[in-house]
Design a binder for this molecule. Sequence first.
Ligand code: NAD
Length: 494
Amino acid sequence: MNATSNGTLLNYINGAWIKSSAATFLDVTNPATAQVIGHVPLSPGGEVAQAADAAQAAFLLWRRVPVTERIQYLFRFKALLEQNLDDIARMITQECGKTYAEAVAELRRGIENVEVACGAPILMQGVNNEDIAPGIDEHMIRQPLGVVACITPFNFPGMIPLWFLPYAVATGNCFILKPSEKVPASAQKLIALVEQAGFPAGVVQLVHGGKETVDAILDHPRIKAVSFVGSTPVARYIYSRATANGKRAQCQGGAKNPVVILPDADMEMTTRIMADSAFGCAGQRCLAASVAITVGDARSTFTEMIADAATSRTVGYGLNEGVQMGPVITNESKQRIESIISAGAQEGANLLVDGRSRAVAGYADGAFVFPTVLTDVAPTGALARTEIFGPVLSLMHAATIEDAIALVNDRAYGNMACIFTNSGAAARKFRYEAIAGNIGINIGVAAPMAFFPFSGWSESFFGDLHAQAHHGIEFYTQTKVVIERWPQDWSRQF
Ligand code: NAD
């Protein structure tokens, strides 16, 4: 960790690690052990301005570096990420709580984005037509925006910054990362590797902080684009303020993902995949299955099998061997999740597997919520509608696939919807009609690979160009059209 001797995390501005002048430093806590592992500054707006000035100065040079050379830094960064995978994954587990295997898996998905961005020479090509009129040609080229910034959530500290950074710098922009103040040390490790990869000073900056830091990003005139991933209320706020200030914005919000289970599904496979989707990462995935809608006879089989899977999941400290699920991010989050479960039970849901008030031996102060399954959940209640962001699966039932799709589409979010079935016709109907940007067919976490856009819809996304792939390239570039004539005799023969 690039930190001072007392574990204070540092900002990285203009190629130097700098101690923030912040008035407030928050504790960074391991959610399994409750130990304080660092202190993160809530950096003041002035430090965002320093980062933006450094980035602007670097941009004037960086945009002139040929794209074929810019991606060489990314190749080196990718190699360093591979070499340091274990070290970063351990830090992710320590500050975020997920298991070591889950931390490695998220880093793999992050590295995939670095690999895709290395295709920038072809991805950012323009288009042209010769002879739009006699002797006149027209071209569309892509140019970088300038200084761009990204604000990330706590749940994928290694992956989500890499949804943005590689595309931004490959296309010639200079980048500022403001990571979640709950998991700042993983981001700091990523940026230490950016430094080792030799990126010129000012191309990439790290500024830790909270709301004041974010507001400074949203208001700074030099910052031309803002990428955000986090909860829906904050996504909406950031989208409004950034765009009101004339910036481009892409803001990914929260989720409440429904999954339909038809009676012809392979129940063993479905249960295994559903347990991983609902309880993996302690349910703290924006693509976690949150509501399962059984159709017809699927009800009794799936209910029994998912209850077994929930009960048998091994919960504990993610660095320990054999642990399948870690804690949630904080004890406040644990209390919030447990109170939603209680409210659901009061509303009439049946608590089939109750994960509240359970402790892990040796980790009495850890923020553990065990896998929880509720049946007979009302479609209009808190369990069915609130993003719980914990290891809680709510079961509902529908008589037909049409009724199930109606339940899927009766929600504000649109991040993901999945179906389990052996019927191609049912799968097609679902794919066609479900209102969500990421669809899974016999898949529990429909996370797009880096070469596809991460397509949230509705309240799960504010903007038009998503993260990753071509969308990332388009978001970070502006098109310029050139119409040119070079006088000579181009007179037409016919
Ligand atoms: P969050 O919204 O609380 O915080 C995200 C970021 O916004 C952090 O960097 C935080 O410092 C900043 N922030 C928080 N409140 C702010 C405010 N009032 N003004 C300005 N900035 C503010 O989210 P979180 O709890 O860190 O992450 C969990 C959420 O992220 C869940 O809702 C989850 O669904 C969502 N998420 C969505 C996706 C997706 O792709 N759609 C991916 C991962 C996580």
